[in-house]
Design a protein around this ligand. Structure first.
Ligand SMILES: [Fe+2]
Length: 381
């Protein structure tokens, strides 16, 4: 018996000592033509059956559909994202060529998300939601973003917001961030489905796993001493508001999760960080910047699936509506992407959910909930 225990201990030691090469890039899954055809068929048939992916009957039974009808290879990739938080897990997977995008049927990119005809993207909503359903995770919406605005958001460069640090910006780099780093109940998973990216804007991803096992540099990030103002979708006075401090890293000390927004926590002069916090953040950012992966340029039909606790996202600056043709900038349709967010447990968000809509997160800033009658006119919808 004693020998058996000693052997087990030695195996355990060996396992913990195994050196895992830190992942520096997301896995890329090339979708086959047959799988793509199958997904197109699925999108059409679900639309026929349920009308919209917002249909309560559909969304309640999302997991059943995800496991019954998604191609198994794709479902398995997503299931792994829901349970693998190991040192080898980057936290993002690119599904290359997931859907066929009929550019003519889509028509011109509207001036902003407000003018997009939702009918044109319903089938993409079904497919995106099935991807989350396979994790399994449930699509949710955030009052803090577009006052809800539905389970899927179109992200379109808005010429009036070109220089903002938001999804509607374009002319400045959108610094890497985990989505809604100013909330305790930020999304667990994100999907970005690209319908257009003729400007060939690279997507940026940054994974906390790329640093390897947390060493001395990352340790101070576990201290709850950092502030995170609400993002650039808010007016300044409203954004800084509450004086809550949180940690950047949390969860398992050996394989931590991350909550981080470079623009708001480091570059925002009014974030109100203490000198110590700012110093730690800058030291961290110095190393993290070098680990950003930006060699993937999404094409129409590609979907990036992200664990928002492991991997931050952003994008390079670009000139919306122009593509480079042999060195000459020629006009093109502006970039168009569809984002969906999800939580793995609805139960755990009910303390901040809308009383009549369990899928609507009403958290405003670190645990503070929007009042029932809101006066949030300064939110950029
Ligand atoms: Fe984002």
């Amino acid at each position: 018996m004693e020998t058996q225990i000693l052997v087990q201990e030695s195996i355990l030691k060996q396992e913990t000592n195994v050196r895992i090469t830190p992942p520096l890039a997301p896995a890329i899954v090339n979708i086959t033509a047959i799988e793509r055809l199958e997904l197109t068929r699925i999108g059409k048939s679900l639309r026929k059956q349920y009308g919209t992916y917002e249909n309560p009957e559909y969304i309640e039974t999302l997991h059943l559909n995800a496991y019954k009808i998604l191609p198994e290879r794709i479902a398995r990739q997503l299931m792994r994202m829901g349970s693998d938080f190991s040192a080898a897990q980057y936290g993002a997977v690119v599904f290359k060529g997931l859907v066929d995008v009929d550019q003519d049927a889509l028509g011109p990119t509207p001036p902003s998300w407000r003018e997009l005809n939702p009918e044109k993207v319903i089938e993409y909503g079904f497919i995106s939601s099935l991807m989350h359903g396979a994790v399994p995770s449930k699509p949710v919406e955030y009052f803090a973003q577009r006052k809800g605005g539905g389970l899927m958001h179109a992200i379109i460069p808005d010429m009036n917001m070109a220089y903002s640090q938001t999804g509607s910006g374009s002319r400045t780099e959108l610094f890497v961030h985990t989505e809604d780093a100013f909330l305790f109940n930020a999304a667990d998973f994100l999907s970005f489905l690209y319908l257009r990216n003729e400007e060939e804007v690279p997507s940026m991803l940054y994974s906390i796993r790329s640093h390897g096992r947390p060493g001395d540099m990352l340790k101070p990030l576990f201290e709850p001493i950092y502030k995170c103002p609400k993002d650039a979708n808010y007016s300044h006075e409203e954004a800084v508001g509450e004086g809550i401090n949180t940690s950047i890293l949390y969860g398992n000390p050996e394989a931590p999760f991350i909550r981080f927004d470079a623009a708001e926590q480091i570059y925002n002069q009014e974030a109100g960080q203490s000198p110590e916090a700012l110093e730690n953040l800058k030291t961290f950012w110095n190393e993290a910047r070098g680990l950003i992966y930006d060699s993937f340029i999404p094409e129409a039909g590609d979907l990036i699936f992200v664990n928002n606790h492991l991997c931050a996202h952003g994008r390079n600056a670009f000139v919306a509506g122009f593509r480079n043709e042999n060195g000459t900038m020629v006009p093109c349709e502006r970039r168009l992407m569809l984002r969906m967010m999800s939580k793995t447990s609805l139960i755990h968000i009910q303390s901040v959910a809308h009383p009549e809509n369990p899928y609507m997160v009403m958290e405003e800033h670190y645990g503070k909930v929007y009042p029932p009658v809101t006066t949030t006119s300064s939110i950029q919808e």
